[in-house]
Design a protein around this ligand. Structure first.
Ligand code: NOJ
Length: 572
């Protein structure tokens, strides 16, 4: 079977991630909602993106802000109604924007009716089998069934009280205790999620981002982890049985013949060999290329992540999905403004490597983030942007402790800041109350918005020639004009090894990742069609796009072109 990629809307789309709680608040209660999003849809249209991905907005007690779902078939009243979602989808479609929702199949909320049924039923009953319940160890079963830890800190098991009040079995939760893991070996679970997919597809939704897509199935015998960490495949993640689930979903997606539905996986596995099977032509369409996100600002490391992302995509016949930001990692302006850690990230803690603290040089981080945007938007494939990235927002480190809500912060007793700092509500108007996030303002934003966010407000940046927003609009809107969609990456050989340089057709992208400015031959300088910084040439931490058709004699005339393809060896 050959992947149906070429010509598919998603294969080279720019997708804008909407963290709904923090995007725009339409009813003034301090929490972003669908009404707010509808009223600000013009921002996405102006930016020129092709689609939006909404973080989970189903009924949820919000212990993990929507990744703990109590009802998969209804919108949380805090965000609006299911009809509001339908209206949003049709309004978005009218603007040519696709809409992706977030599917959370690894776990639900402890408020989901199935979990209540499981707790009310005796051990061994079929309704408990929808989750991973096990007897504990030790004389009275008082110890967890194994030594697995939760991603959010602490043990991955919580003990329940049986209906008669005695200490009972334990249930597995890869994340917070309020997020019990489903048992994907159970037929009810499989059937339920097919219903969920059909429900939202039937309402016009174009696809799903799949949460922890590598996590659904755990090793059946639940083995302890060796004291020194897992040897080989981690029993909590990336089990072979997960692939049959995605094959069945892909069949379901293809039933929508005129507009096949789309899936992108959040898959944190180490290396191409582990990722590729998820992207087989009969499984998921795309997976985020997190390998690039976790790299430091270093030419060799960035290039090798790009090459491996391209090679994986090419090997399975899909396109890469690049991203540098999302609601789980520190914002890229901040990451690139920190001391760059050139050691290889721990494969078991890739996310942790993108959530470091430490002093930040914001000016440097901003310059690099702008250059990185030019890099991403020049690559073949799709690009996922996270709200606020187009404004150059830094991570907010100085949230008051009492305002923080992330279960990572709570479960680590404050040892880890967690993710609240990248989820602060967006600044729309520098001079408005709550910086225009809420209209009208009846309650303060759910996370405090720092005063200094005013400098990043959309209204301040609109029309300002040097703003992040102006740069992003230019890059997003001109990428398809500058770079030939069908042309592979052709690496070039510029004189300075700290410059990443590639062409796709006549479009050329140069990124100076090094510490000193690089002079451009005048014929290249004259053919620049976009630059990430204000100055001519190629200053350090900057990028340019060049139209090689405007270079007399072409790239060869400046000696940078080499006949090479995707697989060209990285320079030593
Ligand atoms: C990954 C999501 O991106 C994150 O926000 C969430 O907390 C975990 N999965 C658990 O659902």
């Amino acid at each position: 079977m050959k992947a149906a990629m070429s010509g598919s809307w998603w294969s080279d789309a720019v997708v804008y991630q909407v963290y709904l709680r923090s995007f725009a608040d339409g009813n003034g209660d301090g929490v972003g909602d669908l009404d707010g999003l509808r009223s600000r849809l013009g921002h996405l249209v102006d930016l020129g993106v092709d689609a939006l991905w909404l973080n989970p907005c189903y009924v949820s007690p919000q212990r993990d802000h929507g990744y703990d779902i109590a009802d998969y078939l209804a919108i949380d009243p805090a965000y609006g109604t299911t009809q509001d979602l339908v209206d949003l989808v049709s309004q978005a479609h009218a603007h040519g924007l696709r809409v992706l929702l977030d599917l959370v199949p690894n776990h639900c909320s402890d408020q989901h009716p199935w979990f209540a049924q499981a707790l009310a039923a005796p051990a061994g009953s079929p309704v408990r089998d929808r989750f991973v319940f096990r007897d504990g160890r030790g004389p009275d079963g008082g110890l967890p069934p194994n030594n697995w830890g939760s991603v959010f800190g602490g043990p991955a098991w919580t003990r329940v009280s049986e209906p008669d009040g005695t200490g009972g079995q334990w249930y597995l939760h890869s994340f917070d205790a309020s997020q019990p893991d489903f048992n994907w070996r159970d037929g009810d679970v499989r059937a339920y999620f097919e219903d969920v997919l059909r429900f939202w597809f039937g309402l016009g939704v174009d696809g799903f981002r799949i949460d922890v897509a590598h996590g659904l199935v755990v090793a059946e015998d639940l083995p302890d982890l060796p004291a020194d960490g897992p040897i080989g495949r981690h029993p909590m993640w990336d089990q072979p049985e997960v692939h049959e689930i995605y094959r069945s979903w892909r069949r379901l997606a293809e039933e929508y013949r005129s507009h096949p539905k789309y899936f992108i996986g959040e898959i944190w596995v180490d290396g191409t060999e582990r990722l590729a099977p998820y992207l087989a032509p009969d499984e998921l369409h795309q997976a985020f290329c997190f390998d690039l996100l976790v790299q430091p600002w270093d030419a060799t490391r960035l290039r090798s992540a790009i090459e491996s992302g391209l090679a994986t995509a090419q090997a399975v016949g899909t396109s890469a999905a690049w991203t540098l930001n999302n609601h789980d990692v520190h914002r890229v302006v901040t990451r690139y403004g920190q001391v760059q850690d050139l050691s290889e990230p721990d494969p078991q803690d890739l996310l942790g490597s993108a959530r470091r603290t430490g002093p930040v040089d914001l000016a440097r981080g901003a310059a690099r983030a702008r250059a990185a945007a030019a890099l991403l938007l020049a690559l073949p494939g799709s690009v996922y942007l996270y709200q606020g990235e187009e404004l150059g927002l830094p991570e907010v480190f100085d949230l008051p402790d009492e305002a923080r809500q992330d279960p990572i912060w709570v479960r680590s007793a404050g040892a880890e800041l967690g993710r609240d700092g990248c989820r602060v509500p967006l600044p729309w108007s520098a001079d408005a109350p709550a910086l225009g996030f809420s209209a009208p303002v009846a309650a303060p934003p759910w996370l405090p918005v720092p005063d200094w966010f005013a400098d990043y407000a959309v209204d301040r940046q609109t029309g300002a020639p040097d703003s992040f927003l102006t740069l992003y609009r230019h890059l997003v809107r001109s990428r398809r004009r500058v770079f030939d969609a069908d042309a592979p990456v052709r690496w070039l050989v510029p004189p300075d090894p700290a410059v990443l340089a590639f062409a796709r057709g006549d479009g050329v992208c140069l990124v100076n990742v090094g510490g000193r400015a690089v002079a451009l031959p005048p014929e290249l300088d004259r053919a620049v069609v976009a630059r990430s910084g204000a100055d001519a040439g190629l200053p350090c931490d900057s990028a340019v796009w060049i139209d090689a058709a405007r270079v007399p004699g072409g790239l060869r005339s400046v000696g940078w072109d080499v006949p090479s393809g995707v697989g060209a060896p990285a320079r030593a």
